[in-house]
Each structure stands twice: as structure tokens, then as C-alpha cells.
Design a protein around this ligand. Structure first.
Ligand code: ADP
Ligand code: MG
Length: 469
């Protein structure tokens, strides 16, 4: 290239850049190009370095690993002084998207190249298909225990050999905060690392629906279908959001079939097993259940403790065992809350420069710990009470009225009322199908006795304490 003024240089570069893109487009094909490359913009040229920008980290990494060398070669062919092509995430507005440079000559782009803001239209919605993956959610950071070992093993297997028979689709289900999203991202990371040539698209079912509706509105269904059918692995998180959304389900069903027929892997997560997804079309439900169905069970104390230990170690903070045990004991709902509690402790300790202790944990997590007071089941109450009075479990539900059986039974009913959220009729039912008035009577009788009889009151208090801790 002859030396020229900087304005003319920009025009040259813009023309060169347009040529390079056209070249790439013909090399990789329209679908690939649109999916990955269309959003590239020229960030600038400084010395021997070309900076190319992309809107997301994922696109940057992808383009870098798949097209980085090719881009450099094409640039070198165009501008021999270029030695390096750096691909980065656009920090501010991209200098020039494809839409902005559609006809550089005609528009006399010249010096405006660098400042030209991206047109909103130029932002290709397709890049959003690929939701960014959470860097923390890898197999390395996933703690395996009894409740999740099966789901974890399936996920590993799918990551190693996508679309193997028997594992396609992979249907992952479990309650909130038990690690579904974590496992899905882990699969995506692993595939991306081992087989970077494969396209992994991860998105929530909501996003899928949103994109689908947007495609209908903008009459771009062809593109929508094309983009989706071009991926190697499709992951849809929280499928339960599609319940009752008939048209979206229909489209998902077609995508699903097209991909499975082409030997592509599908991974779906949901809060329920396929059989319980009422409001999902039968044929879709059937197909969803045809591959590998894996569930994440509620955590156990052991798993909670291991997770806490792993997270504390990863955060490089010293948390006394007693504190970890306290959390593992009290915060049982899901891993997300457990994590939140630990993070709060750590943040608090950092903020005030004090070590974490059992006392400070109680103080900092007061609200959480109270909300997680142990929930007792009626069965546990019956068992403990029977044990305490030396009775059989069966005496709790039998029709026997002998005082030595009837009184403890009343105590158990009283405790059931006090310690659970169950209604009187429900409690009655669990005590051998008794009427709610019987439970009411038991509650008032025990209340009376507690007032009158100190030994009895102590007995009940002791039982209560045992059940509550
Ligand atoms: P879900 O998608 O099932 O609602 P997530 O995957 O978002 O749950 O998990 C909630 C949080 O708990 C995340 O921060 C995740 O990393 C963490 N988590 C869940 N299970 C585990 C586990 N077995 N090991 C480590 N972290 C976990
Ligand atoms: Mg999730």
C-alpha cells in the first residue's frame, strides 16, 4: 500500500477489511459467517497490529481460536506490514460493524471510520443465541456426592462423547439451586475445550421463546431455524418455562427433531421430570424422556459440607470447621443459599478485618439461620415421642385409648401442631385418620397439663428441644 494521508489510509483499510470479510464469507459459507463472523468490526490499526472487535467474550474466543490464523493471513495478504491480529471484546461502541460498512466507497467512509457508531440494526441478534457461560461453572468446581453423582456422570459422558446413543437428549432435572445450570455450563466448557470446532449453543427456554417470537415479528423465521439447526450441541435451560406456550413448544419440537436426526446433542434442564411436565405436548414429552433422564436430588449434610469446604478453599479464606458445620446443618434448602451464606460471612470478615467464628456467623446470618430452622415432620415427631415414652410407632396411630398410650399420642399431636405447618385435619389424618376435633382437644389438653404439671411440662419441653435441634 502506498503511503497516504491518514484519512485515505482509513478508506483503504475499510476497503481492505470489506474484501477480507467477503473472502472469509466465501470460504466458510453463509451460515458460519453469519453465526460467528458477521459482528466483527475493525477496532483500529496501529503499527503492525490490527484490532478486531466482537461484542461478546464468547464470540471473541471462538473467532480467535477458529479464524484467528486465517484473519492474520488474509490481512497480511492485503497489507504486508501487518504482523498481528488482535481480537478483543468491544469495550465501547464498535467502530464499524458490517452494517455500518456495507458500502464504504459509496459512502466515502474515509476518516469517519474510527468514530462511526454501530447502527442498532447492525447488532446481529444471533450472537445472543449463545449466552455467555459462567467461568465458575466447570466440572472442576462441581462437588460430587451421592445426590448428584448420577447426573454428574451423565454430564461428563455427554461432554466426552456428545450425541452417543442412549444419552441424547440428556434431560437434567432437579429443584432450584441444585446445580442444573452449573452442570450444563460445565458440559459446554468441556466440549468447547476438547472439540472447539463444535458449536455449543446454550440458552434459557425463556430466551428461546423470546427469540422465536422476535423472529416471527421480524419475519426472520428462516434465519432463526437456520441458526439453530447449524449448532452441534443445543442446550435449553429451565424448559418448564415453555409450559403452556404452545407455539414455542411446537418450534422447539421441530428444532429438536431436526437436530437429533442430524446426530446433534440436545441437553435440556427442568425443575421436574418429563413425565411431570404437564402442559408440555405429549409427543415432545415422550421424546424428551427418550434419552438419558438424570436427576439432581436434594443435598445431604455430607454434600453440603464438602461444597462449603471446596468453596472456602477456592476463596482462600479460613473458615473454622464448626462454622462450616453450622451452615451445612442449618442451610439445607439448596446450594445457592449455602453459597450466599458463605459469601456473606467472607465479605463481612473482610470488611471488618475480623476472623470468622461461630458467634460472628450467628450474628451475620441471623435472618438466614432463623428462616432455616429445622423443619420437623409429623413422622419424626411420632417416632421421637413413641421412643421417649417407650411405645411402638404403631401406638401413635392405633385406636387404643389406654391412658399410657393416649397421653403420649396427645403430646405428639400437640407437638405436630406447634412444630409443623400442618392443619388440624391433616394432623388428624396422620394419626390414624382421626378427626380434627380430636387434635384440637389434644392441643388444649396438653396446654392445660403443661400449666398444671411441672414434670409433664419439662417432658414436653425436652421433646420439643430434641425435635428442634
Ligand atoms: P439450578 O440451575 O439447578 O437452579 P445452579 O446450577 O445455578 O442451580 O446452582 C446454584 C449455585 O450452586 C451455583 O453457584 C452453583 O455453582 C452452585 N452449586 C450447585 N451444585 C453444586 C455442586 N455440586 N458443587 C459446587 N457448586 C454447586
Ligand atoms: Mg438454573
Amino acid at each position: 500500500m502506498p503511503p497516504e494521508t491518514s484519512g485515505d489510509m482509513s478508506a483503504h483499510w475499510a476497503a481492505g477489511w470489506a474484501k477480507i470479510r467477503a473472502r472469509l464469507r466465501s470460504e466458510v459459507g453463509e451460515v458460519e459467517y453469519r453465526t460467528w463472523l458477521r459482528q466483527m468490526s475493525l477496532g483500529g490499526i496501529e503499527g503492525d497490529e490490527v484490532v478486531i472487535q466482537l461484542p461478546t467474550r464468547f464470540l471473541r474466543d471462538w473467532v480467535n481460536s477458529h479464524y484467528g490464523d486465517r484473519l492474520r493471513a488474509l490481512w497480511q495478504a492485503e497489507v504486508p506490514t501487518i504482523r498481528r491480529v488482535t481480537i478483543q471484546v468491544a469495550t465501547a461502541e464498535p467502530a464499524m460493524t458490517e452494517a455500518g460498512s456495507a458500502a464504504p466507497q459509496a459512502e466515502g467512509l474515509g476518516t469517519r471510520l474510527a468514530q462511526r457508531p454501530a447502527e442498532p440494526r447492525g447488532a446481529d441478534p444471533r450472537s445472543e443465541w449463545i449466552a455467555p457461560l459462567e467461568p465458575r461453572f466447570t466440572f472442576d468446581t462441581f462437588v460430587v456426592g451421592k445426590p448428584n453423582e448420577f447426573a454428574h456422570a451423565c454430564a461428563r459422558r455427554v461432554a466426552e462423547r456428545p450425541a452417543s446413543p442412549g444419552f441424547n437428549p440428556m434431560f437434567l432435572y432437579g429443584g432450584v439451586g441444585l446445580g442444573k445450570t452449573h452442570l450444563m455450563h460445565a458440559i459446554a466448557w468441556a466440549i468447547r475445550e476438547a472439540q472447539p470446532q463444535r458449536t455449543v449453543a446454550y440458552m434459557s427456554a425463556e430466551k428461546f421463546m423470546y427469540k422465536f417470537i422476535a423472529a416471527i415479528r421480524s419475519q426472520s423465521m428462516m434465519e432463526f431455524k437456520e441458526t439453530l439447526r447449524a449448532v452441534d450441541v443445543l442446550m435449553i435451560d429451565d424448559l418448564q418455562f415453555l409450559i403452556g406456550k404452545d407455539n414455542t413448544q411446537e418450534e422447539f419440537f421441530h428444532t429438536f427433531n431436526a437436530l437429533v436426526d442430524q446426530g446433534k446433542q440436545i441437553v435440556v434442564s427442568s425443575d421436574k421430570p418429563p413425565s411431570d411436565l404437564a402442559g408440555i405436548e405429549d409427543r415432545l414429552r415422550t421424546r424428551l424422556g427418550h434419552g438419558m433422564v438424570a436427576d439432581l436430588h436434594a443435598t445431604t449434610y455430607e454434600l453440603r459440607l464438602s461444597i462449603l469446604q471446596a468453596k472456602a478453599a477456592a476463596a482462600q479464606v479460613k473458615v473454622p470447621d464448626k462454622v462450616l458445620e453450622l451452615l451445612a446443618n442449618k442451610i439445607t434448602a439448596n446450594v445457592r443459599e449455602l453459597e450466599g451464606a458463605l459469601n456473606r460471612l467472607v465479605a463481612h470478615a473482610n470488611l471488618f478485618g475480623r476472623p470468622i467464628t461461630v458467634d460472628s456467623a450467628h450474628e451475620v446470618l441471623q435472618d438466614l439461620l432463623r428462616a432455616h430452622e429445622r423443619r420437623v415432620s409429623i413422622e419424626e415427631i411420632q417416632r421421637k415421642v413413641a421412643e421417649h415414652y417407650n411405645l411402638r410407632m404403631n401406638d401413635m396411630i392405633s385406636a387404643r385409648r389406654a391412658r399410657n398410650v393416649a397421653r403420649p399420642r396427645q403430646v405428639a399431636m400437640y407437638l405436630a401442631k406447634q412444630l409443623t405447618q400442618r392443619s388440624l385435619p391433616e394432623i388428624g389424618r396422620r394419626f390414624g385418620g382421626r378427626d380434627h376435633t380430636t387434635v384440637m382437644h389434644a392441643v388444649s389438653r396438653v396446654t392445660e397439663l403443661i400449666d398444671q404439671d411441672v414434670a409433664f411440662a419439662e417432658d414436653v419441653a425436652l421433646l420439643r428441644k430434641m425435635l428442634e435441634t
